[in-house]
Ligand binder design. Structure first.
Ligand SMILES: [Zn+2]
Length: 183
């Protein structure tokens, strides 16, 4: 996995691109949670569940099906965010699904059984620029941990931020033009 800091880059950058009106802060916070929730299966390690099984790490929480189901949190909360229910569902499902997709880009661990239970195939992207991060917190605060974070800055945060800022600029200029037309 990339570190949890990097998983939240996806909703944060999406919210920058879409703007506060479309993604209010509360929706962003739940989106950030959705982006890291699949790794709560790390708890499975502690419970002694085998790494390779679907109950273990990178198991069922890292599937498309899980993201679609977890998206229901967005369906439920959407009215509070001033969103249509389908939009709230899509927002949370997309934030959740970004997690296994990012995991596929890491150069270690086991692949992602994205289409489980329909297929047991574990996928990795053919291009895997992200250093896999140490799972144990103890090892995380080490030179290797720092190296992983630096790598993620360049491979995930920087490109996503560039795209987000470009989208923000484009959106602002469209809004300004539409505003001028309306006035
Ligand atoms: Zn993960």
């Amino acid at each position: 996995m990339p570190t949890i800091f990097t998983h939240v880059a996806v909703p944060v950058c999406a919210a920058i691109a879409l703007g506060k009106r479309r993604v209010p802060v509360a929706a962003l916070l739940v989106g950030m949670l959705a982006a890291i929730v699949p790794d709560f299966d790390g708890l499975a390690f502690k419970l002694g569940i085998a790494y390779g099984g679907m109950g273990g790490h990178r198991g069922f929480t890292h599937t498309l099906l899980f993201a679609l189901v977890f998206g229901l949190v967005g369906w439920w909360l959407a009215p509070r965010w001033g969103m249509r229910r389908a939009t709230g569902w899509a927002w949370i499902a997309l934030c959740t699904v970004s997690h296994p997709l990012l995991d596929m880009l890491t150069n270690g661990g086991i692949g992602i059984a994205f289409f489980w239970p329909f297929s047991d195939v574990r996928y990795f992207s053919p291009w895997r620029p992200i250093e896999v991060s140490p799972i144990a917190l103890k090892r995380f605060f080490s030179p290797r941990g720092a190296q992983v974070l630096l790598n993620e800055m360049f491979t995930v945060w920087a490109p996503l931020l560039v795209v987000a800022v470009l989208a923000l600029v484009a959106r602002r200029s469209v809004e300004r033009r539409d505003g001028a037309v309306a006035a």
